[in-house]
Design a protein around this ligand. Sequence first.
Ligand code: NAG
Ligand code: NAG
Ligand code: NAG
Length: 192
Amino acid sequence: MKAFFATLALPLLAAAAPAPQATDANPPFSVMAIRSASPIHYMQMNAAGQKFWLGGKTSSYCPTEVVQDCPPGNQTVLAPGGNALDVEVPGGQQVYVAPSGALSFTQAHSANIPPGSAVGGLTYQPGQPWSHYTFNGWGASGFMACPTSDNRWQVFAAMKNATVPSGNVSDCLGFSAMALPYKGEVPAWQYA
Ligand SMILES: *[C@@H]1O[C@H](CO)[C@@H](O)[C@H](O)[C@H]1NC(C)=O
Ligand SMILES: *[C@@H]1O[C@H](CO)[C@@H](O)[C@H](O)[C@H]1NC(C)=O
Ligand SMILES: *[C@@H]1O[C@H](CO)[C@@H](O)[C@H](O)[C@H]1NC(C)=O
């Protein structure tokens, strides 16, 4: 009997525990702001103009003469780990924190990042039920959203010396960046 179980159990265990898939533990993801009882609660984070915003729209580009079937490009998704965008353009697009504190991304076909930026310091923290996206460099504790004159909120590392649109960091709201795993085709050729 014992031998029977042993021979039965081994293949079952092997079947029940497949090699962990990198895409499950470390997926591409979109970001939603959590700050209850505030205007930014549940807002999606959008890439536009090499910066990130709550509100407004994702800005993307696809060279239709080169790419037959352009992805819709209407949703902002970060690549696994959160230090790049999930794009098809060769060379990709890096995500970094500029010296001003602004969460930023590189232009397509350019590796140009301002001197003094924090590169590689963004992290995806898997969790149950929710995973999070954060930045803890420069003594920052995650992210904050700062109001702009065009009714959006710009995303910055939450640090007192950030250079924000209104000129006053007290106008910004710290938020928790919930990371929502993304499944499907790469959502954009490039963000713009
Ligand atoms: C993006 O565009 C596609 C195709 O037009 C549409 O089906 C989808 O609902 C849009 N998604 C978002 C998040 O707007
Ligand atoms: C902001 O403060 C942090 C922490 O003290 C420091 O590391 C960083 O260099 C400062 N940035 C600027 C632009 O002053
Ligand atoms: C920044 O905003 C806070 C809170 O609204 C206010 O108390 C403070 O005086 C402002 N600082 C400046 C320099 O405007």
